[in-house]
Design a protein around this ligand. Structure first.
Ligand SMILES: NC(=O)c1ccc[n+]([C@@H]2O[C@H](COP(=O)([O-])OP(=O)(O)OC[C@H]3O[C@@H](n4cnc5c(N)ncnc54)[C@H](OP(=O)(O)O)[C@@H]3O)[C@@H](O)[C@H]2O)c1
Length: 165
């Protein structure tokens, strides 16, 4: 099963502030929806809180240290490894998406086989970062550039990368 990391990152590595995203990029959201719909998605409990509800038409898996956390419409796992096992059991697809945030991306650093990286061409203040170094051990298989417009706050580029083992 492909373990795909999907993330949008500012030029300075920032991915969020105060448990929120920092940009409105309608085209990137559409791509996120297209890629993840029908699949299992794995997220940290804080990212779940930030979204506020399970994302429709996806198997939602939330990682927490809490042993008794229950979230309607989601399966709670106590580790990334457990979350991936749940994805294998609950989804019939051969790709699972790790959708953040910082702590969960860190856990996924050595497990991810694919990376969907949106580079947001802005430098922003934040308190959550993407620490993986995509120029090390990853090769780009496609890239598309998008221009800022009324629905997309900044220029951005979407890269699809695979890990070179
Ligand atoms: N730009 C993007 O693409 C993107 C995507 C997603 C999120 N974000 C941003 O990222 C930020 C959130 O990131 P974050 O790092 O604060 O939170 P997070 O990674 O979403 O969730 C952290 C939580 O996950 C659980 N957790 C972490 N490590 C664990 C482990 N080893 N075992 C079991 N559970 C573990 C804990 O939950 P408990 O406290 O319940 O134990 C922890 O509080 C927000 O600003 C959000 O907007 C950005």
């Amino acid at each position: 099963m492909d373990i795909s990391i999907i993330v949008a990152v500012a030029k300075n590595g920032v991915i969020g502030r105060d448990n929120q995203l920092l940009w409105r990029l309608s085209e990137d959201l559409k791509l996120f929806k297209k890629r993840t719909t029908g699949h299992a998605i794995i997220m940290g409990r804080k990212t779940y809180d930030s979204i506020g509800k399970p994302l429709p038409n996806r198997v939602n898996i939330v990682i927490s240290r809490s042993k008794d956390l229950k979230i309607e419409g989601c399966t709670v796992a106590n580790s990334l490894q457990d979350a991936i096992e749940i994805a294998k059991n609950e989804s019939d697809k051969d790709e699972v998406f790790i959708i953040g945030g910082e702590k969960i991306y860190n856990l996924a650093e050595n497990l991810g086989t694919k990376l969907y990286l949106t580079k947001v061409y802005a430098t922003l203040e934040g308190d959550a970062f993407f620490n993986l170094k995509p120029y090390e051990n990853w090769t780009t298989v496609s890239s598309h550039s998008y221009k800022k417009d009324e629905k997309n706050e900044y220029d951005f580029e979407v890269l699809e990368m695979i890990r070179v083992f």
